[in-house]
Design a protein around this ligand. Sequence first.
Ligand code: S3P
Length: 435
Amino acid sequence: MQFNLNPGGALTGTLRVPGDKSISHRAIMLGALAQGTTRVRGFLEGEDALATVAAFRAMGVQIDGPADGEVTVHGVGLHGLRAPSAALDLGNAGTGMRLLCGLLAGQPFDSELTGDASLRSRPMGRVIDPLSAMGAQIESAAGGRPPLRIRGGRRLHGMHYELPMASAQVKSCVLLAGLYSEGETSVTEPAPTRDHTERMLGGFGYALRRDGATVALRGGGELRACDIDVPADISSAAFFLVGASIAPGSDLTLQHVGINPTRTGVINILRQMGADITLDNEREVGGEPVADLRVRHAPLHGIDIPLEQVPLAIDEFPVLFVAAACARGTTRLRGAQELRVKESDRIAAMAEGLATLGVDNQVLDDGIIIEGATQLGGGEFRTFGDHRIAMSFAIAALRASEPITVLDCQHVATSFPGFVPLAARAGLAVAAADD
Ligand code: S3P
């Protein structure tokens, strides 16, 4: 599938983007392992989260839905999963694979995890290493890549783990293995990363100790079912935050967006660049803060992105690079080497497309330097099969001078089903077509 865009336009009106991907994965996982029935609203009906649903169904968990964002998970308890009869295919989802790896390491049965070509090229050594130190036995393909074969029936022991990189997936993986481990499991992170696992474990009644950068739990407890209201995904809202900021005449409200402080780097960075974003109706749903975000066009200027904001905006950099391309002056990003091992190498993928737009940029090992341009060009863009690269170049059309074609966009459905009609309703001149 490709996206065809006409240049120009403005984003206006009120809309709600789909549910948070990170929270949707976790709701299925913890709901499945809980005692009792968990009802989820606002669930992301995207391919990534649906792959997690399919994986738990394959392990004997009854899951009803999703229908209109509602899912009912009939929990089987921490020790109620059954051996799957085939490899579990997590599709494009790093979160699905890394979190499942942790909890499968503690099961009495063997299992295998695989995924699509992108996921099979992503590093899993970062979860295999700590899990092995806890007593797990996991085989991988060359270079610590999937498929992963996880040996069941291992006795895991808790340990303290210092995360070598700021990764919520690795932190969550170790904590989920900790549910099945003897004694205490604790993780210290080098910088704050999304804490949805910790918040949701608390919501399911699991005792957890948080002390600065360290989180700790003891194995052998129990999860109790609860209801979960999934906020709209700030990572999906980010495309509209940037789009409305760069397009003259824009005034857009995004409803019920999750504003967990470990996720709001995109708002902080855009505001530092001069964006006009206000938060209304701030409230808390099921342990997660949400708000309605109003964003109006504003002239942006380049900045040096503060290092501490990098993990808080890690999924939003592709579209933030589009904001930088439309800003006055230079934007510099460092300390973002993790971008190279996402669904694509996001630094290389964005640098190629920015050049096509006529935007000067210099690639660094761990970041990029972008020179803002007064007008963007147009042309044909490769996405490297990465959903966020696809949506970023679609948003760039708002300031382009020529039509834009974004190739290979089918993966947008992993995180943002319905992107094209929603964006078109807001004012983006986009249409989907077969490649
Ligand atoms: C996620 C953590 C982040 C993020 C990913 C979702 C999660 O990955 O990029 O999209 O749900 O825990 P890392 O842990 O690799 O930083």
